[in-house]
Design a protein around this ligand. Sequence first.
Ligand code: ADP
Length: 401
Amino acid sequence: MIILVLNSGSSSIKFQLFEINEHEKLLSKGIVDRIGISGGVLKQCVNGVSKKVLESDVPDHTIGLKLVFDNLINGEFAVLKELSEIDAVGHRVVHGGEWFKEGVLIDEEVKKQIADCSELAPLHNPANLKGIMSVENLLPDIPQVALFDTSFHQGMPERAYLYGIPYKYYEKYRIRRYGFHGISHKYISEEAAKLCNKRLVDSKIVTCHLGNGASVTGIDGGESIDTSMGFTPVTGLMMGTRCGTLDPGILLYLEEKEHLSIKGITDMINKESGLQGISGLSSDMRDIEKAALDGIHRAKLAFDMYTYRIRKWIGSFIGILNGIDILVFAGGIGENSFKVREDVCRNLSFFGIKIDELVNVGMCGRSGIISASDSSVSVAVVNTNEELVIARETYGILNKN
Ligand code: ADP
């Protein structure tokens, strides 16, 4: 079965094309970027070779997707003879509200529900819907499946997902912790259990997905029991440009002192905070690590604040889980930065977490175990692969229906 996976953002469409049978094969991947902005570009990658295939303005998502389709069947990066070879399309959708506890086949009702969740994820869900509608325009009869970043966390108990504000706001507006990165947290916990030769159903796992956005999840027997992101993805860990958990009183204070508008506050907590806000230099961990090595104090401070907060969340989840069998790192930072992993784990020895420093240094961009032989907790690095999960689940859902 040939499955196209789409991750549609407000100005980009990332795609991966898989062949899923008894074997799983990535046929092609790429991105159309700068949709709706001048200077659009399509980059494609086949067999590890990556190339800018096209540079021209891409006015909307349907035109962007048409470019992807054209280049899947024509030119030097063609991998299909005709588009009818594609059996299904799987979409990453950020917010599924309380409706979606698992992936679904998309129909009119599902599209309406995704649109209804747009209020909760105004930057993401409308873009995800554009991806779905573009496929409908170009390949009207193809089955489409949606997988949600929120689904994995839908089993959290009420005590974990409710906030300590009047209950009526949950009843009226569904204000609660939703959690995100669920597709990744689920995948990396499963992969880590396999790597460590442990049964998922018997394991207490803490997963750290550390990319530009970052979150930590406590997983008991394969179920998410609590997670650091909340009603929105701005809370929890300190991130590249997002502030993470904050005393809400600060926002009220700043609103008064700086006369910040809602837009000003939204930008401050989402785009001007985190590594960027503290260092004043960059939101990119590679830049922060380099500047810290060069002795720039605020870069070192940003690094320390970043890892301190991860430790704090890991510790709280160990408390809630009443133990830990596996600690997992993933995402651009979790998979590549041995310094972040080393610093996070350094002060967790009380829990029996001990990494092999040499193995840790050598673990970059691949999956493996980094715990020392005398560590009572397994520590694993897992290359997350959300697109593969979406392709697999799309395959599963279509074969069930
Ligand atoms: P996104 O959340 O946008 O998918 P990624 O998972 O790609 O982001 O993670 C991006 C982050 O990973 C950036 O902060 C980047 O600096 C960091 N990163 C990538 N490679 C390294 C590396 N070798 N060392 C440290 N950080 C890295």
